[in-house]
Design a protein around this ligand. Structure first.
Ligand code: DO4
Ligand code: MG
Length: 284
């Protein structure tokens, strides 16, 4: 079951439930926000009931899909795959020990990524910094957490990053990670899936330049070292998210060290059972 936020031609923002190749417009059923729905302990049953109602059916081609966040902050976990740890240690002598340690430490690396209003969704540009020389996409499974820190659903995130800035000094991490258009989320949230099932999903990426693939890669969410509940529990320690939060779970796909994103590249990320997040690249 998949939920989304969408905008109609008259500018109204609504919540949709995917039904075959259509959307059910949940407004007439009294659902006009995503976050309260995600609070339900029995979301699957609630959505099954909604799908049996006679609600307006809308063609996806007739609406604009929006980023699946209202007031949720977006956070990200780092160095959760062995591939990510190795890549970071190679990128920086200076910070190698920190990456090595955090991979096996009890406490994960968690960092703030974006406010809801700054998140790009599919079709919208993602940014590479004009003062960076080495920029990469980071395709990540994203946990959609409700206000109690429960995993209510999953979406796809792109934690676009400047590896040269991050590698120069760990204290530059916020500048390498948090800037204009550095965060994209897929419009679809897949709900009512247990962690064991979600860990079987493949994550793949293609980066195209002048319509030809210049990098492809894939991994499985099952390679994430930590459990989703563990990551969520650390995020919610001594911290409240009354509107819920989205937590990117880290990247397991790293392009070769001589690769950097360029303006007009197109990054396409696919995750099984969620969908596709595709964004052109602009310099910001
Ligand atoms: O500190 C580096 C961040 C690592 C990261 O974003 C990732 O592993 O996905
Ligand atoms: Mg990342």
């Amino acid at each position: 079951m998949k939920l989304c936020r969408f905008q109609t031609s008259n500018g109204e923002i609504k919540i949709g439930l995917a039904s075959n190749d259509h959307l059910l417009d949940l407004k007439l059923a009294g659902v006009d926000q995503m976050a309260p729905l995600l609070e339900s302990d029995d979301l699957a049953e609630q959505l099954a009931q909604l799908s049996r109602k006679s609600l307006p059916r809308i063609k996806v081609s007739e609406i604009k899909l929006l980023a699946p966040v209202e007031r949720q902050e977006v956070w990200a976990a780092g160095v959760t795959y062995l591939r990510s740890k190795t890549a970071r240690m190679e990128e920086s002598d200076f910070s190698a020990t920190a990456y090595d340690r955090v991979y096996s430490a009890e406490r994960p690396e968690l960092f703030f990524k974006a406010l809801a209003e700054k998140v790009a969704t599919t079709g919208e540009p993602i940014g590479i910094r004009r003062d960076a020389k080495w920029s990469v996409p980071e395709p990540e499974l994203a946990l959609v957490l409700n206000s109690r820190g429960r995993v209510a659903g999953y979406t796809i995130g792109n934690d676009v990053s400047s590896r040269d800035i991050e590698g120069e000094n760990l204290l530059y991490l916020p500048q390498a990670k948090v800037y204009e258009r550095s965060c994209a989320l897929c419009p679809w949230i897949t709900v009512a899936v247990a962690e064991d099932e979600a860990r079987k999903w493949n994550i793949s990426i293609e980066i195209a330049r002048a319509r030809a693939a210049v990098f492809t890669g894939e991994t499985s969410a099952g390679r994430i070292k930590r459990t989703f509940t563990e990551l969520a529990e650390f995020l919610f320690r001594s911290q409240k998210f009354p509107h819920g939060a989205v937590l990117l779970t880290g990247t397991g796909i790293v392009p070769p060290d001589d690769f950097t994103l360029q303006a007009s590249d197109v990054v396409t990320i696919h995750v099984d059972n969620i969908g596709t997040l595709q964004n052109p690249v602009v310099v910001v």
